[in-house]
Design a protein around this ligand. Structure first.
Ligand SMILES: [Fe+2]
Length: 406
């Protein structure tokens, strides 16, 4: 390859899309029909969000494909660039004829299914996912995609069946359990849903004893608050981070690790509570969550400090088996006796309700826990949970954690 394009590729791989686009366009002034330069320019423009520019280069790339009808790599690359700028139908116009020419290659079928799914041709996407599962029955991404697609078109019963197939391949998989629970409830299979979303058995919330050396949970929380607020990692995540919620929310990375001090004491508290949780819940033996209890695990915890009002959308903790939250500081508006009297527990921890993007038609079972300072809540990582919106001028501090199987 010429040096000109080697530089463009290098700039792209290093994340300098602006430079890559300028260099690709310079190369095209000397050789306007250079297909590879158009492809790299499209890629750079797409990364910069300059969709029209990307599209202009892609039209020329697409023309060159007719001279190489069986070149799967070139077709996949150009289709992938259309997908990146959300021109899903254009991607499909490249991929579907290709699939007819080269046969059922899993990569091509996967790209077709994903583009159909995005282009709202979900019924057709399901058909392709089924074909893909026959070819790659252990590919967990396909299991995820078919469950999501089936739920999206209201075929909850089928989604529950596919989640069950997924669990056979990956017993105890957090996401598969989550899909199965949502799908069962949505399909009206209430007793099976209840077994997975058994809040009485699987969710615990209690105020812990103060660690040794602290006269009360209040003095422990004060020490913990000082340690968290002075933690060097505590910051508002960048807006493009999945952890970003609000400028008023600061979070740390993993805070466990210190061998002494209040954070070490908190780690001991969490470990003790986690062990007690598992010990109490060694039955029923055939429960997929109980069966998947990790023999060895790592504990990952992060502090979240919220300086004003807040809420958090429903989510699950993909990496965990068991998750939890320890409340260090709770605003008076949340802890007051009156909170909840009108039916809504502002700042409450709600477990069980899936996020609105699932488009569920039923009201899913859920439970609300009113947090208290010194309380630890433990729940299976597959259960959707969220914080009910609240407003306060006071600070809220909690430490969330995951029990991560090794
Ligand atoms: Fe969470």
């Amino acid at each position: 390859m010429s040096n000109e394009l080697a530089n463009v590729e290098q700039s792209l791989s290093q994340g300098y899309a602006e430079q890559a686009l300028a260099d690709a366009e310079a190369a095209l002034t000397n050789r306007p029909d250079w297909p590879r330069a158009h492809m790299l320019a499209a890629s750079a423009a797409s990364r910069l969000g300059r969709v029209e520019e990307a599209r202009r280069h892609l039209v020329i790339c697409r023309d060159t494909l007719q001279h190489m009808p069986e070149n799967v790599g070139a077709h996949m690359t150009i289709a992938g660039l259309y997908t990146a700028i959300e021109d899903f139908q254009d991607a499909l116009e490249i991929l579907e004829p290709l699939s007819k020419r080269v046969g059922d290659s899993p990569d091509v079928l996967d790209a077709i299914a994903v583009n159909m799914h995005q282009a709202d041709r979900i019924e057709e996407a399901v058909g392709v996912y089924k074909k893909l599962l026959d070819l790659e029955p252990e590919n967990l991404n396909i299991h995820h995609n078919i469950c999501a697609a089936l739920l999206a078109i209201g075929k909850a019963k089928q989604a529950a069946t596919y989640a069950s197939r997924w669990l056979k391949i990956a017993p105890g998989d957090t996401e598969a359990l989550s899909f199965r629970a949502v799908a069962l409830e949505e399909a009206g299979s209430f007793s099976a849903a209840a077994a997975l979303m058994d809040f009485d058995k699987l969710v615990s919330a209690e105020v812990v004893e103060p660690p040794a050396g602290f006269g009360s949970i209040a003095t422990f929380n004060t020490s913990l608050e000082i340690a968290i607020l002075s933690h060097p990692d505590l910051k508002t995540p960048p807006e493009d981070s999945p952890h970003y919620h609000d400028p008023a929310l600061r979070i740390t990375d993993q805070i466990l690790g210190p061998k002494t001090g209040p954070i070490a004491d908190l780690e001991s508290v969490i470990r003790k509570e986690v062990e007690a949780y598992y010990l109490k819940r060694s039955k029923p033996k055939n429960h997929p969550f109980v069966n998947a209890r990790p023999q060895d695990y790592d504990l990952v915890a992060w502090a979240a400090v919220l300086d004003r009002q807040g809420n958090q959308d429903a989510h699950i903790h993909f990496d965990g088996h068991l998750s939890g939250c320890y409340y260090v500081r709770i605003p008076e508006e949340v802890s007051s006796d009156e909170n909840g009297e009108a039916g809504v527990v502002a700042g409450g921890f709600e477990v069980g309700r899936p996020p609105p993007e699932f488009g569920c038609q039923r009201e899913h079972r859920h439970r609300v826990i009113k947090p208290e300072e010194g309380m630890i809540v433990l729940f299976p990582s597959y259960m959707y949970h969220q914080t009910i919106p609240f407003e306060s001028k006071q600070r809220r501090i909690c430490v969330a954690f995951n029990v991560m199987p090794r």
